[in-house]
Design a binder for this molecule. Structure first.
Ligand code: SF4
Length: 457
Protein backbone atom coordinates (compact mmCIF):
# COMPACT_ATOMS: atom_id res chain seq x y z
CA UNK A 1 0.00 0.00 0.00
CA UNK A 2 1.28 3.50 -0.80
CA UNK A 3 0.49 6.83 0.80
CA UNK A 4 -3.21 7.56 0.68
CA UNK A 5 -5.44 10.05 -0.99
CA UNK A 6 -8.95 11.08 0.19
CA UNK A 7 -11.06 8.04 1.13
CA UNK A 8 -13.36 6.88 -1.62
CA UNK A 9 -16.21 4.50 -1.57
CA UNK A 10 -17.40 3.67 -5.05
CA UNK A 11 -19.04 0.48 -3.86
CA UNK A 12 -21.02 1.86 -0.95
CA UNK A 13 -24.20 3.15 -2.56
CA UNK A 14 -24.89 0.59 -5.23
CA UNK A 15 -25.98 -3.01 -4.73
CA UNK A 16 -24.07 -4.07 -7.84
CA UNK A 17 -20.90 -2.03 -8.38
CA UNK A 18 -20.00 -1.70 -12.04
CA UNK A 19 -16.66 -2.56 -13.59
CA UNK A 20 -15.28 -1.75 -17.01
CA UNK A 21 -12.39 -4.07 -17.92
CA UNK A 22 -10.41 -3.92 -21.13
CA UNK A 23 -7.75 -6.48 -21.96
CA UNK A 24 -5.06 -5.29 -24.30
CA UNK A 25 -2.64 -8.10 -25.03
CA UNK A 26 -2.16 -11.70 -25.99
CA UNK A 27 -4.40 -14.71 -25.34
CA UNK A 28 -2.77 -15.18 -21.93
CA UNK A 29 -3.86 -11.67 -21.02
CA UNK A 30 -7.37 -12.43 -22.18
CA UNK A 31 -7.41 -15.51 -19.99
CA UNK A 32 -6.07 -13.61 -16.96
CA UNK A 33 -8.63 -10.88 -17.44
CA UNK A 34 -11.34 -13.57 -17.51
CA UNK A 35 -9.99 -14.82 -14.16
CA UNK A 36 -10.19 -11.24 -12.84
CA UNK A 37 -13.76 -10.90 -14.08
CA UNK A 38 -14.63 -14.20 -12.40
CA UNK A 39 -13.38 -12.87 -9.04
CA UNK A 40 -15.27 -9.61 -9.51
CA UNK A 41 -18.46 -11.38 -10.54
CA UNK A 42 -18.28 -13.53 -7.39
CA UNK A 43 -17.88 -10.32 -5.35
CA UNK A 44 -21.07 -8.90 -6.92
CA UNK A 45 -19.66 -6.70 -9.67
CA UNK A 46 -21.52 -6.19 -12.90
CA UNK A 47 -19.55 -5.65 -16.11
CA UNK A 48 -20.36 -2.57 -18.18
CA UNK A 49 -19.32 -1.75 -21.76
CA UNK A 50 -17.90 1.76 -21.27
CA UNK A 51 -15.67 3.46 -18.68
CA UNK A 52 -18.25 6.25 -18.35
CA UNK A 53 -20.78 3.89 -16.78
CA UNK A 54 -18.33 2.25 -14.38
CA UNK A 55 -17.33 2.60 -10.74
CA UNK A 56 -14.07 0.77 -11.39
CA UNK A 57 -12.06 0.94 -14.64
CA UNK A 58 -9.37 -1.69 -15.13
CA UNK A 59 -6.90 -2.15 -17.97
CA UNK A 60 -5.31 -5.56 -18.30
CA UNK A 61 -2.10 -4.57 -20.05
CA UNK A 62 0.67 -5.90 -22.25
CA UNK A 63 4.30 -4.82 -22.21
CA UNK A 64 5.62 -6.74 -25.17
CA UNK A 65 5.45 -3.79 -27.60
CA UNK A 66 5.94 -0.09 -27.04
CA UNK A 67 2.74 0.51 -28.99
CA UNK A 68 0.71 -1.50 -26.44
CA UNK A 69 2.05 0.61 -23.57
CA UNK A 70 1.41 3.87 -25.41
CA UNK A 71 -2.16 2.73 -25.92
CA UNK A 72 -2.63 2.23 -22.17
CA UNK A 73 -1.23 5.66 -21.33
CA UNK A 74 -3.53 7.07 -24.00
CA UNK A 75 -6.53 5.41 -22.36
CA UNK A 76 -5.44 6.65 -18.91
CA UNK A 77 -5.01 10.19 -20.23
CA UNK A 78 -8.55 10.12 -21.60
CA UNK A 79 -9.86 9.23 -18.12
CA UNK A 80 -8.37 12.29 -16.39
CA UNK A 81 -11.46 14.41 -16.90
CA UNK A 82 -13.82 11.65 -15.74
CA UNK A 83 -11.75 11.19 -12.59
CA UNK A 84 -11.85 14.94 -11.97
CA UNK A 85 -15.65 14.96 -12.25
CA UNK A 86 -16.01 11.74 -10.24
CA UNK A 87 -13.15 11.43 -7.73
CA UNK A 88 -14.66 8.18 -6.43
CA UNK A 89 -13.98 6.45 -9.75
CA UNK A 90 -11.31 3.78 -9.20
CA UNK A 91 -8.76 3.36 -12.00
CA UNK A 92 -6.45 0.36 -12.10
CA UNK A 93 -3.66 -0.95 -14.33
CA UNK A 94 -3.04 -4.69 -14.23
CA UNK A 95 -0.82 -7.23 -16.00
CA UNK A 96 2.60 -7.09 -17.67
CA UNK A 97 2.92 -3.33 -17.93
CA UNK A 98 2.00 -2.96 -14.26
CA UNK A 99 4.63 -5.56 -13.36
CA UNK A 100 7.23 -3.84 -15.53
CA UNK A 101 6.59 -0.15 -14.74
CA UNK A 102 5.45 -0.57 -11.13
CA UNK A 103 4.98 2.76 -9.32
CA UNK A 104 6.30 4.70 -12.32
CA UNK A 105 2.71 4.42 -13.55
CA UNK A 106 1.58 6.60 -10.63
CA UNK A 107 4.22 9.18 -11.59
CA UNK A 108 3.04 9.36 -15.19
CA UNK A 109 -0.68 9.01 -14.44
CA UNK A 110 -1.29 10.30 -10.88
CA UNK A 111 -5.05 9.67 -11.16
CA UNK A 112 -4.42 5.88 -11.17
CA UNK A 113 -5.40 4.23 -7.86
CA UNK A 114 -4.27 0.66 -8.37
CA UNK A 115 -1.29 -1.07 -10.02
CA UNK A 116 -1.45 -4.89 -9.96
CA UNK A 117 1.29 -7.11 -11.38
CA UNK A 118 1.18 -10.50 -13.05
CA UNK A 119 1.24 -12.54 -9.82
CA UNK A 120 -1.34 -10.59 -7.85
CA UNK A 121 -4.35 -10.27 -10.17
CA UNK A 122 -6.19 -13.00 -8.28
CA UNK A 123 -6.31 -10.61 -5.31
CA UNK A 124 -8.22 -7.97 -7.23
CA UNK A 125 -11.17 -7.88 -4.82
CA UNK A 126 -9.21 -7.31 -1.57
CA UNK A 127 -6.95 -4.84 -3.39
CA UNK A 128 -9.99 -2.84 -4.50
CA UNK A 129 -11.13 -2.95 -0.91
CA UNK A 130 -7.84 -1.33 0.13
CA UNK A 131 -8.41 1.42 -2.45
CA UNK A 132 -11.90 1.82 -1.09
CA UNK A 133 -10.42 2.57 2.30
CA UNK A 134 -8.39 5.43 0.91
CA UNK A 135 -5.14 3.84 -0.14
CA UNK A 136 -3.34 3.99 -3.43
CA UNK A 137 -2.27 0.39 -3.96
CA UNK A 138 0.80 -1.11 -5.62
CA UNK A 139 0.79 -4.93 -5.71
CA UNK A 140 3.63 -6.28 -7.82
CA UNK A 141 5.27 -8.83 -5.51
CA UNK A 142 5.58 -12.44 -6.63
CA UNK A 143 3.05 -14.94 -5.36
CA UNK A 144 2.01 -18.40 -6.52
CA UNK A 145 -1.26 -18.31 -8.41
CA UNK A 146 -4.11 -20.64 -7.54
CA UNK A 147 -5.68 -20.70 -11.05
CA UNK A 148 -9.04 -20.73 -9.30
CA UNK A 149 -11.57 -20.02 -12.04
CA UNK A 150 -15.23 -19.27 -12.59
CA UNK A 151 -15.90 -21.46 -15.63
CA UNK A 152 -18.94 -19.42 -16.58
CA UNK A 153 -16.88 -16.25 -17.16
CA UNK A 154 -15.65 -16.31 -20.76
CA UNK A 155 -16.44 -14.22 -23.82
CA UNK A 156 -17.98 -17.05 -25.85
CA UNK A 157 -20.12 -19.90 -24.63
CA UNK A 158 -18.44 -22.49 -26.84
CA UNK A 159 -14.81 -21.40 -26.58
CA UNK A 160 -12.41 -21.27 -23.67
CA UNK A 161 -8.74 -20.90 -22.82
CA UNK A 162 -6.91 -23.20 -20.45
CA UNK A 163 -3.69 -21.88 -18.91
CA UNK A 164 -1.33 -24.84 -18.69
CA UNK A 165 1.77 -22.97 -17.61
CA UNK A 166 3.21 -19.57 -16.93
CA UNK A 167 6.56 -17.90 -17.43
CA UNK A 168 9.42 -18.46 -19.82
CA UNK A 169 13.03 -19.61 -19.30
CA UNK A 170 14.26 -18.61 -22.72
CA UNK A 171 15.37 -14.96 -22.45
CA UNK A 172 15.19 -13.89 -26.07
CA UNK A 173 17.07 -10.60 -26.06
CA UNK A 174 14.09 -8.47 -27.16
CA UNK A 175 11.47 -9.95 -24.84
CA UNK A 176 10.19 -8.71 -21.51
CA UNK A 177 8.10 -11.80 -20.72
CA UNK A 178 10.68 -13.70 -18.59
CA UNK A 179 10.98 -10.57 -16.44
CA UNK A 180 7.26 -9.91 -16.04
CA UNK A 181 6.09 -13.54 -15.83
CA UNK A 182 9.05 -15.27 -14.18
CA UNK A 183 10.33 -18.84 -14.69
CA UNK A 184 8.27 -21.59 -16.29
CA UNK A 185 5.73 -23.24 -13.95
CA UNK A 186 3.45 -25.97 -15.28
CA UNK A 187 0.17 -27.00 -13.74
CA UNK A 188 -0.39 -30.69 -12.96
CA UNK A 189 -2.11 -32.55 -15.79
CA UNK A 190 -4.93 -33.74 -13.50
CA UNK A 191 -5.79 -30.13 -12.56
CA UNK A 192 -6.03 -29.21 -16.23
CA UNK A 193 -8.22 -32.20 -17.02
CA UNK A 194 -10.52 -31.35 -14.12
CA UNK A 195 -10.84 -27.74 -15.30
CA UNK A 196 -11.42 -28.82 -18.90
CA UNK A 197 -14.15 -31.25 -17.78
CA UNK A 198 -16.04 -28.43 -16.05
CA UNK A 199 -15.71 -26.24 -19.13
CA UNK A 200 -17.01 -28.97 -21.44
CA UNK A 201 -19.94 -29.61 -19.09
CA UNK A 202 -20.65 -25.89 -19.35
CA UNK A 203 -20.84 -25.99 -23.16
CA UNK A 204 -17.26 -25.50 -24.34
CA UNK A 205 -16.43 -27.33 -27.58
CA UNK A 206 -13.22 -25.51 -28.47
CA UNK A 207 -10.31 -25.30 -26.07
CA UNK A 208 -7.04 -23.42 -26.52
CA UNK A 209 -4.22 -24.44 -24.21
CA UNK A 210 -2.01 -21.50 -23.27
CA UNK A 211 1.62 -21.09 -22.33
CA UNK A 212 4.38 -18.66 -23.33
CA UNK A 213 6.42 -21.60 -24.59
CA UNK A 214 3.72 -24.23 -24.54
CA UNK A 215 5.82 -27.05 -25.97
CA UNK A 216 7.86 -27.06 -22.77
CA UNK A 217 4.71 -27.76 -20.75
CA UNK A 218 5.41 -30.35 -18.06
CA UNK A 219 9.21 -30.36 -18.26
CA UNK A 220 9.54 -28.57 -14.90
CA UNK A 221 7.25 -31.15 -13.27
CA UNK A 222 9.90 -33.82 -13.92
CA UNK A 223 7.40 -36.67 -13.96
CA UNK A 224 7.25 -37.38 -17.68
CA UNK A 225 4.38 -34.96 -18.34
CA UNK A 226 4.50 -33.44 -21.82
CA UNK A 227 2.23 -31.35 -23.99
CA UNK A 228 1.67 -34.39 -26.21
CA UNK A 229 0.39 -36.38 -23.21
CA UNK A 230 -1.90 -33.53 -22.19
CA UNK A 231 -3.34 -33.28 -25.72
CA UNK A 232 -3.80 -37.01 -25.92
CA UNK A 233 -5.66 -37.23 -22.62
CA UNK A 234 -7.90 -34.24 -23.35
CA UNK A 235 -8.69 -35.76 -26.73
CA UNK A 236 -9.56 -39.20 -25.42
CA UNK A 237 -11.25 -38.25 -22.14
CA UNK A 238 -13.33 -35.34 -23.44
CA UNK A 239 -15.04 -36.40 -26.67
CA UNK A 240 -17.26 -33.30 -26.41
CA UNK A 241 -14.27 -31.18 -27.43
CA UNK A 242 -14.47 -30.64 -31.18
CA UNK A 243 -11.31 -28.54 -31.46
CA UNK A 244 -8.17 -28.50 -29.38
CA UNK A 245 -5.31 -26.10 -30.05
CA UNK A 246 -2.26 -24.78 -28.22
CA UNK A 247 -0.23 -21.59 -28.34
CA UNK A 248 2.60 -20.42 -28.45
CA UNK A 249 5.12 -22.92 -29.81
CA UNK A 250 8.89 -22.59 -29.92
CA UNK A 251 10.77 -24.26 -32.79
CA UNK A 252 13.34 -25.84 -30.44
CA UNK A 253 10.72 -28.05 -28.87
CA UNK A 254 8.99 -29.53 -31.88
CA UNK A 255 9.42 -33.21 -31.00
CA UNK A 256 8.53 -36.36 -32.87
CA UNK A 257 6.12 -37.19 -30.03
CA UNK A 258 4.27 -33.89 -30.46
CA UNK A 259 4.10 -34.11 -34.27
CA UNK A 260 2.81 -37.70 -34.06
CA UNK A 261 0.25 -36.71 -31.44
CA UNK A 262 -1.14 -33.92 -33.62
CA UNK A 263 -1.28 -36.34 -36.56
CA UNK A 264 -3.06 -39.12 -34.70
CA UNK A 265 -5.64 -36.93 -32.93
CA UNK A 266 -8.05 -35.56 -35.53
CA UNK A 267 -9.67 -33.03 -33.22
CA UNK A 268 -6.32 -31.30 -32.57
CA UNK A 269 -6.25 -28.17 -34.72
CA UNK A 270 -4.43 -28.19 -38.06
CA UNK A 271 -3.19 -24.64 -37.47
CA UNK A 272 0.03 -24.03 -35.60
CA UNK A 273 1.67 -20.79 -34.58
CA UNK A 274 5.44 -21.28 -34.84
CA UNK A 275 7.23 -17.93 -34.41
CA UNK A 276 10.42 -17.59 -36.46
CA UNK A 277 11.14 -13.85 -35.88
CA UNK A 278 13.81 -13.57 -38.62
CA UNK A 279 15.09 -15.40 -41.68
CA UNK A 280 18.69 -14.38 -40.96
CA UNK A 281 20.89 -16.71 -38.89
CA UNK A 282 22.94 -13.74 -37.77
CA UNK A 283 19.88 -11.97 -36.38
CA UNK A 284 18.44 -15.14 -34.84
CA UNK A 285 21.69 -15.59 -32.98
CA UNK A 286 21.72 -11.96 -31.88
CA UNK A 287 18.15 -12.46 -30.60
CA UNK A 288 19.22 -15.57 -28.63
CA UNK A 289 16.40 -17.52 -30.25
CA UNK A 290 18.34 -20.78 -29.93
CA UNK A 291 17.90 -22.10 -33.49
CA UNK A 292 19.21 -21.49 -36.98
CA UNK A 293 17.00 -21.17 -40.05
CA UNK A 294 17.96 -24.73 -41.01
CA UNK A 295 16.85 -26.01 -37.59
CA UNK A 296 13.61 -24.10 -38.03
CA UNK A 297 13.14 -25.69 -41.48
CA UNK A 298 13.70 -29.12 -39.94
CA UNK A 299 10.96 -28.46 -37.35
CA UNK A 300 8.60 -27.49 -40.19
CA UNK A 301 9.60 -30.56 -42.23
CA UNK A 302 8.93 -32.84 -39.26
CA UNK A 303 5.49 -31.30 -38.78
CA UNK A 304 4.55 -31.41 -42.44
CA UNK A 305 5.78 -34.96 -42.86
CA UNK A 306 3.41 -36.11 -40.10
CA UNK A 307 0.57 -33.62 -40.60
CA UNK A 308 0.44 -32.77 -44.32
CA UNK A 309 -2.68 -30.59 -44.01
CA UNK A 310 -1.13 -28.37 -41.30
CA UNK A 311 -1.34 -24.58 -41.80
CA UNK A 312 1.41 -22.50 -40.22
CA UNK A 313 1.42 -18.99 -38.79
CA UNK A 314 4.41 -17.08 -37.54
CA UNK A 315 5.76 -13.89 -35.97
CA UNK A 316 8.42 -11.61 -37.44
CA UNK A 317 10.35 -8.74 -35.92
CA UNK A 318 11.59 -6.21 -38.44
CA UNK A 319 14.27 -3.62 -37.66
CA UNK A 320 16.01 -5.51 -34.84
CA UNK A 321 19.27 -3.64 -34.04
CA UNK A 322 21.76 -4.23 -36.83
CA UNK A 323 19.27 -5.79 -39.27
CA UNK A 324 20.60 -5.10 -42.78
CA UNK A 325 18.81 -5.21 -46.13
CA UNK A 326 20.43 -8.58 -46.63
CA UNK A 327 19.07 -9.92 -43.32
CA UNK A 328 15.64 -8.63 -44.20
CA UNK A 329 15.85 -10.18 -47.68
CA UNK A 330 16.48 -13.54 -45.98
CA UNK A 331 13.26 -13.06 -43.99
CA UNK A 332 11.30 -12.38 -47.19
CA UNK A 333 12.73 -15.51 -48.81
CA UNK A 334 11.96 -17.69 -45.78
CA UNK A 335 8.39 -16.40 -45.64
CA UNK A 336 7.85 -17.37 -49.29
CA UNK A 337 9.63 -20.70 -48.86
CA UNK A 338 7.59 -21.85 -45.86
CA UNK A 339 4.35 -20.49 -47.32
CA UNK A 340 2.73 -19.38 -44.08
CA UNK A 341 -1.00 -18.91 -43.86
CA UNK A 342 -0.55 -15.89 -41.58
CA UNK A 343 2.27 -13.63 -40.46
CA UNK A 344 2.21 -11.26 -37.53
CA UNK A 345 4.83 -8.59 -38.15
CA UNK A 346 6.18 -6.33 -35.42
CA UNK A 347 8.43 -3.33 -35.77
CA UNK A 348 11.21 -3.64 -33.20
CA UNK A 349 11.05 -1.30 -30.23
CA UNK A 350 13.41 -1.56 -27.25
CA UNK A 351 11.84 -2.86 -24.05
CA UNK A 352 13.45 -1.50 -20.94
CA UNK A 353 15.11 -4.25 -18.88
CA UNK A 354 15.83 -6.53 -21.84
CA UNK A 355 19.31 -7.26 -23.18
CA UNK A 356 18.53 -5.72 -26.57
CA UNK A 357 17.56 -2.42 -24.91
CA UNK A 358 21.27 -1.80 -24.30
CA UNK A 359 21.91 -1.92 -28.06
CA UNK A 360 21.55 1.05 -30.34
CA UNK A 361 18.11 0.98 -31.99
CA UNK A 362 19.95 1.40 -35.28
CA UNK A 363 17.29 0.82 -37.93
CA UNK A 364 15.47 4.07 -38.77
CA UNK A 365 11.72 4.16 -38.20
CA UNK A 366 11.00 4.67 -41.93
CA UNK A 367 13.02 1.57 -42.80
CA UNK A 368 11.12 -0.46 -40.18
CA UNK A 369 7.85 0.80 -41.66
CA UNK A 370 8.91 -0.14 -45.19
CA UNK A 371 10.05 -3.63 -44.11
CA UNK A 372 6.84 -4.14 -42.20
CA UNK A 373 4.80 -3.23 -45.30
CA UNK A 374 6.92 -5.42 -47.55
CA UNK A 375 6.49 -8.52 -45.39
CA UNK A 376 2.76 -7.93 -45.00
CA UNK A 377 2.31 -7.50 -48.76
CA UNK A 378 4.23 -10.68 -49.43
CA UNK A 379 2.17 -12.52 -46.84
CA UNK A 380 -1.10 -11.18 -48.30
CA UNK A 381 -0.19 -12.56 -51.71
CA UNK A 382 0.62 -15.98 -50.28
CA UNK A 383 -2.49 -16.01 -48.06
CA UNK A 384 -4.73 -15.11 -51.02
CA UNK A 385 -3.23 -17.89 -53.10
CA UNK A 386 -3.65 -20.43 -50.25
CA UNK A 387 -7.26 -19.36 -49.70
CA UNK A 388 -8.13 -19.53 -53.39
CA UNK A 389 -7.25 -23.25 -53.36
CA UNK A 390 -10.26 -23.86 -51.15
CA UNK A 391 -12.72 -22.80 -53.87
CA UNK A 392 -14.89 -25.75 -54.80
CA UNK A 393 -13.83 -27.73 -51.70
CA UNK A 394 -16.05 -28.93 -48.89
CA UNK A 395 -14.75 -27.90 -45.48
CA UNK A 396 -15.85 -28.68 -41.98
CA UNK A 397 -16.56 -25.44 -40.11
CA UNK A 398 -16.90 -24.99 -36.36
CA UNK A 399 -19.63 -22.37 -36.12
CA UNK A 400 -18.91 -19.44 -33.77
CA UNK A 401 -21.94 -17.20 -34.21
CA UNK A 402 -23.59 -14.65 -36.49
CA UNK A 403 -21.25 -12.81 -38.85
CA UNK A 404 -20.32 -9.35 -37.52
CA UNK A 405 -20.71 -7.81 -40.98
CA UNK A 406 -23.89 -9.57 -42.06
CA UNK A 407 -26.12 -10.92 -39.31
CA UNK A 408 -28.02 -13.09 -41.80
CA UNK A 409 -24.89 -15.23 -42.12
CA UNK A 410 -23.01 -17.43 -39.71
CA UNK A 411 -19.26 -17.31 -39.12
CA UNK A 412 -17.03 -20.20 -38.26
CA UNK A 413 -13.54 -21.52 -38.80
CA UNK A 414 -12.05 -24.43 -40.67
CA UNK A 415 -9.74 -26.88 -38.95
CA UNK A 416 -6.90 -24.75 -40.36
CA UNK A 417 -8.34 -21.60 -38.76
CA UNK A 418 -9.70 -19.93 -41.91
CA UNK A 419 -12.79 -17.79 -41.41
CA UNK A 420 -15.84 -18.98 -43.34
CA UNK A 421 -19.17 -17.18 -43.81
CA UNK A 422 -22.31 -19.01 -44.90
CA UNK A 423 -26.07 -18.98 -44.37
CA UNK A 424 -27.52 -21.33 -41.81
CA UNK A 425 -29.71 -21.55 -38.71
CA UNK A 426 -28.50 -20.29 -35.32
CA UNK A 427 -28.92 -23.82 -34.01
CA UNK A 428 -25.57 -24.60 -35.69
CA UNK A 429 -23.66 -22.31 -33.30
CA UNK A 430 -21.22 -24.40 -31.29
CA UNK A 431 -21.49 -27.27 -33.76
CA UNK A 432 -19.72 -28.29 -36.92
CA UNK A 433 -21.24 -27.73 -40.35
CA UNK A 434 -20.22 -28.84 -43.78
CA UNK A 435 -19.72 -25.93 -46.20
CA UNK A 436 -18.96 -25.83 -49.91
CA UNK A 437 -16.55 -22.94 -50.52
CA UNK A 438 -17.70 -20.78 -53.42
CA UNK A 439 -15.58 -17.66 -53.02
CA UNK A 440 -12.36 -16.54 -51.36
CA UNK A 441 -11.75 -12.92 -50.36
CA UNK A 442 -8.67 -11.26 -48.80
CA UNK A 443 -10.06 -12.01 -45.35
CA UNK A 444 -12.25 -15.07 -45.55
CA UNK A 445 -14.01 -17.84 -47.43
CA UNK A 446 -17.68 -17.66 -48.40
CA UNK A 447 -19.76 -20.72 -49.09
CA UNK A 448 -23.02 -22.58 -48.75
CA UNK A 449 -24.04 -25.27 -46.37
CA UNK A 450 -24.03 -28.81 -47.67
CA UNK A 451 -25.80 -31.93 -46.42
CA UNK A 452 -23.58 -33.98 -44.11
CA UNK A 453 -23.61 -37.08 -46.32
CA UNK A 454 -21.85 -35.17 -49.15
CA UNK A 455 -18.67 -34.88 -47.09
CA UNK A 456 -15.74 -36.31 -48.97
CA UNK A 457 -12.58 -34.51 -47.79
S1 SF4 B 1 10.47 -17.78 -25.99
FE1 SF4 B 1 11.49 -15.77 -26.22
S2 SF4 B 1 9.89 -14.50 -27.19
FE2 SF4 B 1 8.83 -16.29 -26.35
S3 SF4 B 1 8.17 -15.62 -24.30
FE3 SF4 B 1 10.15 -16.64 -24.06
S4 SF4 B 1 11.65 -14.98 -24.10
FE4 SF4 B 1 9.74 -14.18 -24.97
Amino acid sequence: MLSGHPPMDPLAERAAPRVYLEDMGCQMNRMDSELVLGKLKKAGFERVPTPGGADVVLYYTCSVREHAEDKVYGRLGALKRLKKDRPDLVIGVMGCMAQNHKDAIFDRAPHVDLVVGTSRFEDVVPLLEEVRHGARVLAVDRKELSFDRDASVRPRKHQAFLTAMRGCNKFCTFCIVPFTQGRERSRPIEDLLAEARILVQDGVVELTILGQRIDTYGLDLRDGTTLAKLLSRLHSELPGLLRLSFITSHPNHMTEELAETIASHPRVSRYLHLPVQSGSDRILQAMNRGYSTDEYRRAVELLRSRVPDLALATDWIVGYPGETDEDFGASCRLLAEIGYQNSFVFKYSPREGTKAAALEDSVPRAVKEARNERLLTLQDEISASLRSRYRGQRVRVLVEGPSKRDASRLTGRTHTNLIVHFEGPDSLIGREALVLVEESTPLCLIGKREPEDSYSA
